[in-house]
Design a protein around this ligand. Structure first.
Ligand SMILES: *Cc1c(COP(=O)(O)O)cnc(C)c1O
Length: 391
């Protein structure tokens, strides 16, 4: 065992895949401090800049004063507080679903939902670029897991046709976490309906960011509960807090309360976090300026990057009225080169991590640039100038 550990670590280094942590000393913001040095950060998922917003901090304080810090038990024992319940109702209304159920994290929500819904003998079809938690959930369920080529409806249709007698689950990211493109959900929904399959969308990166009132990918496409019966969202990204939820029919949520093991056997989220999430939801729904500003910064960056000939992913049109998501990868391919460029950017005070396999497919290592509504135009321009000298 020890030998395996040593040799796998060595191999990880040799392949330029070794991962290490930076220790941040400041709050989450567009400017952060690491080891006493200040950086402009282009790698958080805090797209709207809410993680450090005074209204959220105040709500967290108030929540802690009312409920204390820990929830003390799982939701089904004694941990389910009034503010959790209020947040669930608000999230259901926001996503235009009948009910919502809070989970402690997105990873746990995906494991819990998928392993509750699918069992051996069922088939799960996932987009090849789905988030790791969705893939792991498929494996945990012990159903047959199929992965269709990214966004390829025809390929999915062929695979669904082969096993019509079995119960089938189709799962896709709404906004893809490492590429920033939006899944063809209307087509997925039509296909699911025609094949009597159940569709689940993980909208971790769409909610709060795109669609009317920030209602995410399904808001953008105007798809309701009958089109997408299982919606998963997270609170640690645009919401700026922590946790996740699943939204859907009354029956779906009741089913998950009975059978989702990652819901049942874990401590309820701290209630003060739920209080802060309610504050975030109110800002997301009530103030569209952050989304507008984010769109404008993204268009500015993409326009500049295109002029400079930077290796943008080819799904980004940046034209017309299609929303642009704040995940903008520059795909470099080679692990080592991506690391070197990331280090050079750090050297110049710009924080962008090198994303390498297995997070992304082999040969597609990238700089995953994310923008935040709180970035300034000058910061975006400076990033473009610096990239143009390095790439
Ligand atoms: C981040 C993410 C998750 C996991 O959510 P956490 O709350 O961070 O555990 C799940 N799915 C997608 C698509 C994500 O990007």
């Amino acid at each position: 065992m020890e030998r395996t550990i040593t040799s796998r670590l060595a191999l990880q280094r040799q392949s330029h895949l070794y991962r290490s942590r930076r220790i941040r000393q400041s709050s989450q913001d567009t400017t952060v401090t690491i080891a006493g040095k200040s950086y402009v950060s282009f790698c958080s998922n805090d797209y709207l800049g809410l993680a450090n917003h005074p209204a959220l901090i105040r709500a967290l304080h108030l929540g802690a004063e009312q409920y204390g810090v820990g929830s003390g038990a799982s939701h089904l024992v004694s941990g389910h507080c009034a503010v959790h319940h209020e947040l669930e109702e608000a999230l259901a209304a926001f996503t235009q679903r009948r009910k919502a159920l809070l989970f402690s994290s997105g990873y746990m929500a995906n494991l819990g939902v998928i392993s509750a819904l699918a069992s051996p003998g069922n088939h799960i079809h996932e987009d090849r670029l789905n988030h790791a938690s969705l893939i792991d959930a498929g494996l945990l369920s012990r159903a047959r897991l199929h992965r269709y080529p990214h966004g390829d409806i025809q390929a999915l249709e062929r695979k669904l046709g082969k096993s019509p007698q079995h119960q089938q689950l189709i799962i896709s990211d709404g906004v893809f976490s490492m590429d920033g493109d939006i899944a063809p959900v209307p087509e997925l929904s039509m296909l699911a309906k025609s094949k009597d399959a159940l569709l689940m969308i993980d909208d971790a990166h769409g909610l709060g960011v795109i669609g009317p009132e920030g209602r995410g990918t399904l808001g953008y496409y105007d798809l309701g509960e009958s089109d997408v019966p299982v919606l998963m969202g997270t609170l640690g990204k645009a919401f700026g807090t922590f946790g996740a939820f699943v939204a859907g029919s009354v029956e779906l949520i009741e089913y998950l309360i009975q059978f989702a093991r990652t819901y049942i056997y874990t401590t309820a989220l701290p209630p003060a976090i739920a209080q802060a999430s309610l504050a975030a939801l109110s800002l997301i729904q009530g103030e569209s300026e952050r989304r507008d500003r984010l769109q404008s910064l993204c268009r500015r960056f993409i326009h500049g990057a295109r002029q400079l000939g930077l290796p943008l992913g080819n799904h980004l049109t940046g034209q017309g009225n299609d929303p642009i998501t704040p995940i903008i990868p520059l795909i470099l391919g080679d692990n080592r080169r991506t690391l070197t460029i990331s280090d050079a950017l750090n050297e110049k005070g710009l924080l962008i991590t090198a994303i390498r396999p297995p997070t992304v497919p082999v040969g597609t290592a990238r700089l995953r640039i994310t923008l935040c509504a709180n970035h300034t135009e000058a910061q975006v321009d400076h990033l473009l100038e610096t990239l143009s000298t390095l790439l």
